[in-house]
Design a protein around this ligand. Structure first.
Ligand code: HDE
Length: 702
């Protein structure tokens, strides 16, 4: 670096991003805050430690150096034991109607009421630095800062769970994460320990089907559903209780990637999901979900063929419709990832008056775990003082002191009852307004036992599988085959197939064949008879609940020098009209010169912008450009992958030689020729189907 440039960078003269606050000093570049120690002492030199002479020993006296390194040494806090990798954003929840007849929860009393929200999406098994496209459940944790305190709805993107009782959670997570002797595999369930545990835990079968479906490889957080999973209670002002299950429905519809694409995205952009959310919010394209409720009473619960306290079961929407009562809008990224995303502390026991728990043994166990884990992670019972965790309503109590206490009571009274009276006596109970538990009648012998209906492990797994489209069923077969092919112990593979025989024989056979089993194992013995004729539930299929349009999706356009400017403009215009984004991929990131002489910068160089990053692609090279790309392996991959991943491919005449080079066997209905600018609209309209699935069976022979 040039010496003068270096000097300016040190004093902040050339800075384009200026810090805020503190003391400032004048430079030719304007006012710049003065660098200080944690004690506010101005620092003169941040490049050199204090030494005796130029080559001499460093001095212990250098308080600035020691403080800086000391602080750095302590930057890390323990990562979450599960859901370590996450991405949090701010937003709000807005009601469509008043729910005062069913709950006294303040946030649901008034139509149009807005409640600030913080949402953290996550993967479960991987460490903090693991890739976003791991095949995994996604966390969907929502903190609602209501006027009567914080309500945390700590959900997932799958409505059921692996286990029925919290006591099994450490075993489940140990089995899923890296094996303890070797420290791998990272962020994947495709290994012996996981499938050993699952195949020995029949209660996990419904969830096993869900995780082998495309739900675990979402296109991004914006295109997935969320679920509270457990049955909760709403309680109204008269004390009447209603059971409730919570659903988040994405306004953009559901969408997933295909597995081979996920594997490649993890290499090309391990931050694919967080970047997607960041980009969308920065662009003002705020993602939205609707909050849906399934409401029911004791009578319904008694008649339902499964136990509503069993978190491995759903209530199909076709049996009990989802009532949409408000929307969640995510409209602000965090200012600081650590302060907000990392330090946010969700606790399932954070509920507000008008909402209550049920006896779901998983939920009851979670209520202990979340508070406990925050103390470990954040190091102090005062984690509620951290801004992202602090309620946006008054907090008044006599809890005091502890590490890093930021909110300290004033005055003499730090206990109650006291006789100081009025404001001097401090806060007091509110018998009417305060939180009161629903007075459910409970009795029975104390035993370690589960309810009888919990023992039906296959019926809903079967219902889930049969509710999928043939394309989705094929994905499930292939996912099981992939995962179990990574399992080294043949007996574990066979044990899993023995469970699948109780789900669906075609599925079991496909997986057995895929694994190369010589003979099918006996079906596992079900603890309760499998209900084979549960009606299918189309709501469980992603493809039957896809988008209405191509809004929020991204088109990758391959351009070169000489690209037809009119065609490119037409693609950009058609995409914009649909609410989709366009990114240019070029031989060089500096960009290209279009046919009309206009210079266009590119977003990606071809080897950094593979087609797996896009929902659809357009190939717009000039004839010379196509010749150049014909010699470039990454351009072949761009086309070959778009084809293999069943994407819609728009192309100009000059692009055709690239199909041969990429080994494309032939064109199908997913190819749309862009001969004239008007064709761009037809292309974007075709993209509304998201994928040309008919192609998929042709690209897989094994
Ligand atoms: Fe969690 N879970 N969990 N979980 N969970 C945690 O809490 C736990 C379960 C979920 O973005 C931990 O703060 C137990 C179901 C999400 O910060 C921990 C059981 C569902 C997040 C914990 C479950 C979830 C967590 C780790 C079985 C969906 C991330 C760090 C009884 C309804 C929250 C932390 C965030 C995080 C325990 C099962 C969702 C250890 C004991 C079921 C979205 O407390």
């Amino acid at each position: 670096m040039h010496a003068e440039e270096l000097r300016k960078a040190r004093i902040g003269e050339d800075s384009i991003l200026r810090g805020q606050g503190g003391e400032t000093h004048q430079t030719a570049g304007g006012e710049v805050p003065v660098l200080t120690t944690q004690q506010g002492v101005p620092v003169s030199d941040d490049q050199n430690t204090l030494k005796v002479g130029p080559r001499g020993p460093s001095l212990l006296e250098d308080f600035h150096f020691r403080e800086k390194i000391f602080h750095f040494d302590h930057e890390r806090i323990p990562e979450r034991v599960v859901h370590a990798r996450g991405f949090g954003v701010h937003g709000f929840f807005e009601t469509y109607e008043s729910l005062s007849d069913i709950t006294s929860a303040d946030l649901f009393q008034r139509k149009g009421e807005r409640t600030p929200a913080f949402v953290r999406f996550s993967t479960v098994a991987g460490n903090k630095g693991s890739p976003d496209l791991a095949r995994d459940v996604r966390g969907f944790a929502v903190k609602l800062y209501t006027k009567e305190g914080n309500w945390d709805l700590v959900g997932n993107n799958i409505p059921v769970f692996f286990i029925q009782d919290a006591i099994k959670f450490p075993d489940l997570i140990h089995a899923a994460k890296q094996e303890p002797d070797r420290g791998f595999p990272q962020a994947q369930t495709a290994h012996d320990n996981f499938w050993d545990f699952i195949s020995l835990s029949p209660e996990a079968m419904n969830m096993a089907l869900w995780i082998m479906s495309d739900r675990t490889i979402p296109r991004s957080f914006r295109f997935m559903e969320g679920f509270g999973v457990h049955t909760f209670r709403f309680v109204n002002a008269e004390g009447k209780a209603t059971f409730v299950k919570f659903h988040w429905k994405p306004k953009l519809g559901m969408q997933s990637v295909v597995w081979n694409e996920a594997l490649k995205i993890n290499g090309a952009d391990p931050d694919f999901h967080r970047r997607d959310l960041w980009d969308a919010i920065q662009a003002g394209d705020y993602p939205e979900w609707e909050l849906g409720l399934q409401l029911f009473d004791e009578d319904f619960a008694d008649k339902f063929p499964f136990d509503v306290l069993d978190a491995t079961k759903i209530i199909p929407e076709e049996v009990l419709p989802v009532r949409r009562i408000g929307r969640l809008v995510l409209d602000r990224t965090v200012d600081n990832f650590f302060a907000e995303t990392e330090q946010v502390a969700f606790c399932t026991q954070n509920i507000v008056p008008g909402i209550d728990f049920t006896n779901d043994p998983l939920l009851q166990g979670r209520n202990f775990s979340y508070l406990d884990t925050q103390l470990k992670r954040l190091g102090s019972p005062n984690f509620t003082h951290i801004p992202v965790n602090a309620p946006k309503t008054d907090v008044c109590n006599f809890q005091q002191d502890g590490h890093m206490a930021m909110r300290n009571p004033k005055g003499r009274a730090n206990y109650e009852p006291n006789s100081w009276g009025g404001a001097a006596g401090g806060p007091r109970e509110a018998p009417q307004r305060g939180f009161r538990s629903y007075p459910a009648m409970e009795s029975g012998p104390k035993r370690r036992i589960r309810p009888e209906l919990f023992a039906d492990h296959y019926s809903q797994a079967r219902q889930f599988y049969l509710s999928q489209t043939p394309t989705e069923q094929m994905h499930i077969q292939r996912a099981f085959t992939f995962e179990l092919s990574k399992v080294e112990t043949p007996a574990i593979r066979a044990r899993m197939v023995s469970h699948l025989r109780n789900v669906d024989e075609t599925l079991a056979k496909a997986v057995g064949d895929g694994l190369g089993l010589k003979a099918m194992p006996e079906a596992a013995e079900p603890a309760r008879p499998v209900l084979k004729d549960l009606p299918v539930s189309p709501a469980l299929s992603i493809l039957q609940n896809g988008p209405k349009d191509f809004a929020g999706r991204k088109i990758g356009v391959l351009v070169t020098d000489g690209t037809d400017a009119k065609l490119l403009a037409a693609v950009e215009k058609a995409a914009k009209a649909e609410g989709a984004m366009v990114e240019l991929v070029a031989p060089r990131v500096g960009g290209v010169t279009l046919s009309d002489g206009k210079e266009m910068p590119a977003k990606q160089k071809i080897n950094g912008g593979p087609s797996v990053l896009y929902d659809a692609v357009v190939l717009l090279p000039s004839a010379e450009g196509a010749t150049l790309l014909g010699k470039e392996a990454t351009a072949h991959d761009f086309v070959a992958d778009a084809f293999a991943h069943a994407k819609f491919i728009g192309y100009c005449e000059a692009a055709k030689p690239l199909f041969d080079k990429a080994g494309v066997p032939g064109m199908d209905g997913g190819f749309i020729a862009l001969k004239a600018p008007d064709d761009a609209t037809a292309f974007v309209e075709a993209c509304r189907a998201v994928r040309f699935w008919d192609r998929e069976p042709m690209v897989h022979a094994v």
